[in-house]
Design a protein around this ligand. Structure first.
Ligand SMILES: [Cu+2]
Length: 353
């Protein structure tokens, strides 16, 4: 959507007569986005895909069987650092976790041969999650913007399906102050200002860039030495929403990123629910009053569908290209349940056949 808007702006800046040419370029480059931006509520375009919910793929069933007991583990996480309510200085936040519970052999680890394995999903604010495999060393969140933040974590299987037991999900709220030396002006020994780093940083991150250029925003300090711990550089500033941790919270997990080959046959939607049960969940039915939350999703701004039991679903029928997936927590009447902006999340994914 941002890309489309940017391109429209670019069109307007050139010649009005060139608009037609620009918009055909736009369709060619980002068909899914252009369609979504033009008419989110309209019927699907001719090239639109028809998605169908299918059962858990055989490939995943096989992996579950190979894992045996481990798949029914109840891993619990504790956020050791940062501490709840902490104020941290410097732009790097180190996340330390403690894993316990009935693990049945569950251990985060990346298999070097397959690049897969159990891992923890780490979510700064309401950004896409990052995978954390080696709990033996802290996970670094780098270039974190000044201000209030949240981190949410939960254990995941190699195919990114989250564990949903009590104690698996944890959240911490903290504040970053100053952002370390990077946010301060560079000064000479006399105290005279030589470079206003804060202003420079703002200029770098302010323009909305197409996804393909987003990496060029990375500061030069990002070049990764071999021994750098697992982590994630945040090129775009992000801060927390005004989240009430005692209220219903939907945490978007999957889908995310790029899907290729076999992985495009069936793509999983998966999420974490806190302080909320869905209308179809057995425990929810017997509560007084009955629980009436639903999870609504739509792809490419198309027809809204509902997930009424908390669990992953798999969708088949994806066409190659970019797609948006929107996930929302709603009440029985379909009204969005607001919580700091986190309960309505749209992600873009790329499907490469
Ligand atoms: Cu994952």
């Amino acid at each position: 959507m941002k890309l489309s808007r940017l391109m429209l702006l670019a069109c307007a800046l050139v010649f009005a007569s060139a608009l037609a040419g620009c918009s055909s370029d736009m369709n060619a480059n980002t068909e899914a986005n252009a369609n979504a931006a033009a008419s989110p509520a309209a019927s699907p375009s001719p090239a639109a895909q028809t998605l169908t919910e299918v059962e858990r793929p055989q490939k995943v069933k096989d992996m579950m069987q190979q894992r045996g007991d481990e798949d029914s583990a109840s891993p619990k996480l504790k956020i050791v650092e940062p501490k709840e309510g902490a104020t941290l200085s410097g732009s790097t936040v180190k996340l330390k976790l403690d894993l316990s519970g009935d693990l049945k052999g569950y251990k985060p680890h990346k298999d070097p041969a397959t690049n897969m394995g159990n891992h923890i999903h780490v979510i700064l604010d309401n950004q896409p999650y990052e995978a954390y495999y080696d709990l033996g060393q802290p996970f670094e969140l780098r270039n974190v913007a000044e201000g209030a933040h949240t981190i949410r974590v939960f254990p995941s299987r190699p195919w990114h399906e989250s564990y949903k037991n009590d104690g698996a999900f944890q959240m911490v709220t903290f504040t970053v102050k100053g952002g370390g030396d990077a946010s301060k002006p560079t000064t000479a020994s006399t105290g005279e200002k030589m470079a206003d780093n804060t202003g420079a940083a703002n200029k770098v991150v302010a323009p909305v860039k197409p996804q393909s250029q987003a990496n060029s925003n990375k500061p030069a300090t990002d070049s990764t030495p071999a021994a750098t711990p697992e982590g994630k550089d945040y090129a775009q500033p992000s801060t927390a929403g005004q989240v009430d941790r005692t209220k219903p919270l939907l945490t978007y997990s999957r889908p995310k990123g790029e899907y290729k080959g076999d992985d495009t046959n069936a793509i999983m939607i998966d999420f974490w629910l806190s302080h909320a049960m869905l209308v179809g969940d057995d425990a929810g039915k017997t509560m007084v009053p009955p629980v009436t939350y639903r999870v609504r999703y739509s792809v490419d701004g198309g027809e809204a569908k509902y997930i009424d039991k908390w669990g992953p679903i798999w969708l088949t029928g994806w066409t190659p290209g970019k797609h948006t997936v929107k996930l929302e927590l709603v009440d029985k009447d379909g009204n969005a349940v607001e919580n700091g902006g986190y309960n309505t999340t749209t992600r873009e994914i790329t499907v490469t056949k």
